[in-house]
Design a protein around this ligand. Structure first.
Ligand code: NAD
Length: 497
């Protein structure tokens, strides 16, 4: 049925929400019996009480994952057999798309049209893409000369733990699930306590697709308990983390304190979007700049949260952004026409409003928005907000806000823009808009970021790696490069005499 024909509120009332951990092929309460509350950010009301996993649950999940790995029920399957099962898994996610989209929206507040049209299909596509790739990758023979045969092969690491955030709950999990499982590892997923419901639901779909028991486990819980226990576990070979830079630093420490497990980190950003006066299409650049910060309520790691605009065209660009921002009033996340949903919870709401206050106090001008709205709904909504007159040293020019708040900084020439752009601890993505091909290339080279967009923003495809320079992370998700994170390289040397 078309999305706009469905009463999502009716569907929400009859939704069967699974709330338990999924360990060794079965749903199970937390060993402690504890739960945490999942709150609907659109209403501020209780949605579900979710099993709060702890060290004991992590231990059980890791033991199940290790046992499955040792038995070889997944790790020793031929790649083309894993492919068939993972493609079935992706298909099941698509078939349950409406249910999963509803869970996602109720749990984290993004518009239902986005959950249904972007998050769930992209998650299915990601798993399918790795499934399709895995029987087309060859190993190597080293050019050692005639006296030996030396092969260089990739093997699954063993037990991979993933800790993921709440802004794209299922999609960020899928960026791990696809390459981790395609490579033959066993998996323990710790979703964010702010958005655990889709991860819990798809665990059953994984088993239904044919992934053997113990290979795919989900332990919901708090970061300080379940997350920490997973990252400190002596029998986890690798932690694939996506989340804030502050937590990423902790994860590295846990690895050092325990078994030196491999760590990959996809962390925060404060991405610069540089608009030059000679940009080929200012209207397009301004439109892209608006969506780069307002999409997903600004809760996007790669959000273009710093607009660096050449002073001669600043007013023109800002007027266009204002008109788009005004058309994006936050609305009921379950209304199919809503373009901007709720902020994930009251903590994040306070954080975003707190940064808006700091911006004002530091002397930046509120050009658009700046307030909480729809308070009567009980939900957590912030209107699209734009600051003008931001200077590079201000807090709102340096720290990740993770909300629909844009900081605008004017510059005179490209060298100044590059200096401002690189002068933060992050380096996730960056963009430059210019018709001068030499300036475009020179700037792309000079920007310290994992992805640089030229005359576009947030262009996306599963075929390209995604991740950050500097404190935006270590390693890359997506593309075939992600498989490197979840495999060990082995040399086997055969003496030929
Ligand atoms: P967060 O760091 O608070 O939490 C992320 C995950 O880590 C959650 O599952 C949480 O429970 C867990 N966690 C928290 N403390 C922990 C600890 N001490 N030990 C182990 N686990 C712990 O981040 P968040 O608020 O959920 O997500 C927002 C952040 O994620 C932003 O900084 C955003 O930029 C980043 N992000 C990055 C990417 C990327 O690909 N680079 C993608 C999405 C989000």
């Amino acid at each position: 049925m078309a999305a706009d024909k469905i009463s999502w509120h009716d569907r929400a009332r009859s939704l069967d929400i699974r709330t338990k951990a999924f360990i060794n092929g079965n749903y199970t309460e937390a060993a402690s019996g504890q739960t945490f509350d999942s709150i609907n950010p659109g209403t501020g009301k209780l949605l579900a009480r979710v099993a709060s996993g702890d060290t004991e649950d992590i231990n059980r999940a890791v033991a199940a994952a290790r046992a499955a790995f040792r038995k070889g029920v997944w790790s020793n399957l031929a790649p083309n057999k894993r492919q068939v099962i993972l493609k079935r898994f992706a298909d099941l996610i698509r078939q349950h798309g409406e249910e999963l989209a509803l869970l996602e929206t109720l749990d984290m507040g993004k518009p239902i049209s986005v959950s249904l049209g972007v998050d769930i299909p992209a998650a299915a596509r990601c798993i399918e893409w790795y499934a399709e790739a895995i029987d087309k990758i060859y190993d190597e023979v080293a050019p050692t000369g005639p006296g030996a045969l030396a092969t260089i092969t990739r093997e699954p690491m063993g037990v991979v733990g993933a800790i993921v955030p709440w802004n794209y709950p299922l999609l960020m999990a899928a960026w791990k699930i696809g390459p981790v499982l395609a490579a033959g590892n066993s998996f323990v997923l710790k979703p964010s306590e702010k958005s655990p419901l889709t991860a819990i639901r798809i665990a059953q779909l994984a088993v239904e697709a044919g992934i053997p028991e113990g290979v795919f486990n989900v332990v919901p819980g708090l970061g300080q308990t379940a997350g920490k226990a997973l990252a400190l576990h002596m029998d986890v070979d690798c932690i694939a983390f996506t989340g804030s830079t502050a937590t990423g630093r902790n994860i590295m420490q846990y690895a050092g304190q325990s078994n030196m497990k491999r760590v990959s980190l996809e962390c925060g950003g404060k991405s610069p979007n540089i608009v030059m006066a000679d940009c080929p299409d200012l209207d397009k650049a301004a439109t892209a700049a608006a969506y780069a910060i307002f999409d997903n309520q600004g809760e996007v790691c790669s959000a273009g949260s710093r607009l660096l605009v050449q002073d001669s065209v600043k007013d023109q660009v800002l007027e266009k952004i204002r008109s788009i921002g005004k058309s994006l009033a936050p609305g009921d996340p379950l209304d199919s026409n809503t373009k901007l949903g709720a902020i994930v919870d009251d903590i994040q709401l306070k954080r975003v409003l707190g940064y808006i206050d700091v911006g004002r106090k530091d002397g930046a001008n509120v050009f658009l928005g700046g307030r909480r709205v729809r308070e009567d709904s009980g939900g957590y909504f912030v209107e699209p907000t734009v600051f003008d007159g931001v200077r590079p040293g201000m807090t709102i020019a340096r720290e990740e806000i993770f909300g629909p708040v844009l900081s605008t900084l004017a510059f005179k020439n490209i060298d100044e823009a590059i200096e401002i752009a690189n002068d933060v601890i992050y380096g996730l993505v960056a963009a430059v808009w210019t018709r001068d091909i030499t300036v475009a290339h020179r700037t792309a080279k000079a920007l310290r970021a994992g992805t640089v967009f030229i005359n576009c923003y947030d262009a996306d495809d599963i075929t390209v790696p995604f991740g950050g320079f500097k404190q935006s992370g270590i390693g890359r998700d997506k593309s075939l490069h992600a498989l490197e994170k979840y495999t060990e390289l082995k040399t086997t040397w055969l003496d030929l005499g």
